[in-house]
Design a protein around this ligand. Structure first.
Ligand code: 4AD
Length: 482
């Protein structure tokens, strides 16, 4: 049935170029076809249609009633024109409607197509006085954030959600086109990949989960990263990736941290250099962003025009220039030579903080930079030892970007059994990670990978200041609404 409707649409798309043909088709079509607003706006189905959606504005004139309907399929809403005898007091901002009528070319230049309504059904009423959003008013992100259950009804948040959906598809396309196999890594795990102890423990609420009988028999957690599971797979697949939710019990209210966020992670086997990883990060960033710009031009414009003016140029510069690569030691040198009054120490061996990352990005022309070869001691057990005494660094890399700071974190992994065993023993973890050591016993190869925070990616390309504004339902310390 649905396929049949699509078929009619594509025929309509040709017919719509000729008013004569579309008139004929209008009479031939026995029943109206259901079209989405985006399809109607492109004029692919001139003739009898049914439109379903939510009212975005209503204007009543003496003889006619004008209102706009949006169904989430596009930023633009579709204008409906109805004789005033079809007007209904329940037709208000926010109400859900089904309109049957004729889709035709609009006499107004601003709107290419409109529907002349023959029947209007109110599917769901909306008390527009109590509805928190007002016609044509631009609400601040802080205001909109108070209504996590209703904010998808605003123009800017629905644009964000379409962009988020397109960016997800773009990232999957990138990996598919480059021969990566997608792995569904588990959400529940018994490892703490990053070793930072920022874990949410998982316990069953059912009665049999008592002190002496735990559901999983071992402590279980929500994953902080799918990396170790990807590493398992990289023993059989040379390129793998995963893209899913990850969880961190970071007690942070910052604009860049969430307790639940989406991470894109890739793992590449037979990789000898950090540059093999930076190339994938840079290519993926560029390819996904170009696809989002091409497929969601109107939605992206909402941000560049009204929310973050000037940000298009910042992103354009990122897309057009090669990302810089500097070593951690060079980064420390730059920080120490700066006249900035940093809160956190900048001595060799300290981790880079947000203030340092932002300074480094500015220093390098407000463009993305990779920082490589961090001190060995501040990186997790899996990072590959560069064996470059006396400084002693690990083959780790972070991508820092304008406005956000750290977007990606990655490393070559320690594939040498003896070095890995020594490090795990020193941390008292050799038993916990005996399976991980096995991976080095049975066909170990040099490999590496990275993770990119998906919400930070969206913040970066759209210039959005607060991470809570790029995820449908933000979770953070002291807040788990809905
Ligand atoms: O640098 P991270 O901790 O790296 C890892 O987890 C590696 N195991 C990934 C890998 O190599 N497969 O996290 C990766 C990225 C960060 O660069 C950041 O963009 C994002 O995940 N991230 C967060 N995003 C939102 N909220 C948080 N609390 C985040 N913590 C990390």
């Amino acid at each position: 049935m649905f396929r049949a409707a699509i078929k009619t649409l594509s025929v309509g798309s040709r017919c719509s170029l000729s008013p004569g043909l579309s008139e004929i088709r209008h009479y031939c079509r026995k029943t109206p076809i259901k079209v989405q607003v985006s399809e109607a706006l492109s004029g692919v189905a001139l003739g009898d249609v049914t439109i379903q959606g939510w009212v975005r504005s209503v204007r009543s004139q003496k003889e006619n009633l004008f209102f706009h309907v949006n169904d989430g399929s596009s930023l633009q809403s579709l204008q409906i024109v109805a004789p005033s005898d079809l007007s209904n007091p329940l037709l208000t901002l926010g109400s859900a409607v089904e309109v049957r009528g004729v889709l035709k070319k609009s006499p107004l230049p601003k709107q290419p197509f409109e529907v002349e309504a023959e029947d209007i059904q109110i599917v769901g009423e909306c008390n527009s006085v109590e509805f928190p959003f007002k016609i044509k008013k631009r609400h601040s992100p802080e205001y909109v954030r108070q209504f996590p259950h209703l904010r998808c009804r605003t123009n800017s948040f629905s644009s964000l959600l379409r962009i988020r959906s397109e960016a997800t598809a773009a990232i999957h396309s990138y990996f598919k086109e480059h021969g990566f196999v997608q792995i569904h890594t588990p959400v529940i795990t018994s490892n703490d990949c990053e070793g930072a102890g920022e874990l949410f423990q998982v316990e069953a609420t059912c009665p049999q989960d008592s002190e002496d009988h735990k559901f999983f028999s071992v402590p279980a957690y929500l994953t902080v990263s799918g990396q170790l599971h990807l590493e398992v797979m990289s023993g059989a697949f040379s390129r793998v990736y995963t893209f899913g939710p990850t969880f961190r019990a970071e007690n942070s209210q910052s604009r860049r941290h969430l307790a639940e966020f989406y991470m894109v992670e890739a793992e590449i086997s037979f990789t000898q250099s950090v540059e093999d990883l930076t190339k994938v990060m840079e290519d993926m960033f560029r390819s996904a962003t170009e696809q989002v710009w091409a497929q969601c031009a109107e939605d992206v414009d909402v941000f560049y025009k009204h929310v973050t003016p000037g940000h298009r140029e910042t992103v354009e510069a990122m897309l057009n220039r090669k990302f810089t690569i500097i070593s951690y030691s060079d980064a420390i040198d730059i920080l120490q030579r700066s006249s900035e009054d940093f809160v956190f120490p900048t001595d060799w061996g300290s981790d880079l903080q947000t203030e340092h990352e932002k300074y480094l990005v500015k220093h390098c022309g407000n463009l993305p930079i990779f920082v490589t070869d961090y001190p060995y001691d501040i990186k997790p057990f899996y990072a590959r030892d560069n064996q470059d005494h006396p400084q002693h660094t690990a083959a780790a890399v972070d991508l820092l970007v304008p406005g956000v700071g750290e977007l990606c974190g990655g490393s070559l992994r320690e594939e040498r059994l003896d070095l890995l065993t020594t490090r795990l023993e020193a941390a008292g973890l050799e038993e916990t990670y005996s399976w991980y050591l096995d991976l080095r016993r049975f066909g170990s190869v040099p490999h590496g990978g990275f993770g990119m925070g998906f919400e930070r990616y969206l913040q970066c390309i759209l210039g959005i200041d607060n991470i809570k504004d790029v995820i449908p339902f933000p979770r953070f310390s002291q807040s788990c609404l809905l």
